[in-house]
Write a protein that binds this ligand. Structure first.
Ligand code: ADP
Ligand code: 5GP
Length: 217
């Protein structure tokens, strides 16, 4: 599933980054994630493990690694996760194996995780993390999107709407906040963030050597 690093036109060696997308449920992070994965040649999805039931159209190992609670608990005990949290009564966790080695090799990873996971990743890997929070244009539109998605029962939608304000209250724990009104405009903004963050001096690990050679010339 990993795509090759250094496919972004970089001439210099670069450390990978962790692009985190969070939002209240229904605001569009799965949609934006899918667009990024389809259109950007160099970002890899960090596939989380979860105990929640699979939705229609989801693929085990691609959207999530679907596990039962005892398996998840064992993975926690064996320190399999970079972070984990309980969201809407189900367990979700980010496996650590792929990410840590990948970052060193210059691979970028996309995380569709909630604010609790974001805080944990920031505490562990602050300089690698880029935190983006998506907001819906209005609460009514959020309700329309959750209903229109057609994947959840009325009770689940009600619970997600109930939680939306609490989730939105975490907006200020993020580096960037983007309102997802028009989907293409929102995507363009997220892409601009990704492109700029890739260029950060601290991520360009090959710079010191490059500049040293440059000065010799
Ligand atoms: P999340 O992953 O944040 O829960 P989704 O990406 O599943 O949200 O989006 C929820 C629903 O809203 C989906 O049916 C999606 O197609 C739709 N949607 C997402 N972004 C927009 C947008 N900008 N305009 C209209 N509908 C959208
Ligand atoms: P959903 O069940 O709608 O796919 O996701 C519900 C929530 O769990 C979303 O806010 C999503 O970002 C979050 N989530 C998904 N995977 C993880 C994970 O590995 N860790 C954490 N902390 N949250 C996750």
């Amino acid at each position: 599933m990993d795509q090759a690093a250094n496919t972004t036109g970089d001439t210099l060696q670069r450390r990978g980054l962790m692009l985190i997308l969070s939002s209240p449920s229904g605001a569009g992070k799965t949609t934006i994630s899918k667009m990024l994965l389809a259109r950007d040649g160099a970002i890899n999805l960090s596939v989380s493990a979860t105990t929640r039931p699979m939705r229609p159209g989801e693929v085990d190992g691609k959207d999530y690694i679907f596990v039962d609670q005892p398996t998840f608990d064992r993975m926690v005990e064996e320190e399999h996760f970079l972070e984990w949290a309980t969201v809407f009564g189900h367990s979700y966790g980010t496996p650590k194996a792929q990410v840590k080695a990948g970052l060193r090799e210059g691979r970028d990873f996309l995380f569709d995780i909630d604010w609790q996971g974001t805080q944990q990743l920031y505490q562990k890997l602050e300089t690698d993390v880029v935190r983006v929070f998506l907001l819906p244009p209005s609460i009514d539109e959020l309700r329309r999107r959750l209903t229109g998605r057609g994947t959840d029962s009325a009770a689940v939608i009600a619970a997600r709407m109930e939680r939306a304000r609490a989730e939105i209250s975490h907006w200020d724990g993020y580096d960037y906040v983007v309102v997802n009104d028009d989907i293409e405009a929102c995507y363009d903004k997220v892409l601009e963030i990704l492109h700029a963050e890739r260029m950060k001096r601290a991520r360009q690990t090959g710079l010191i050597g490059f500049v040293r050679e440059l000065m010799k010339g």
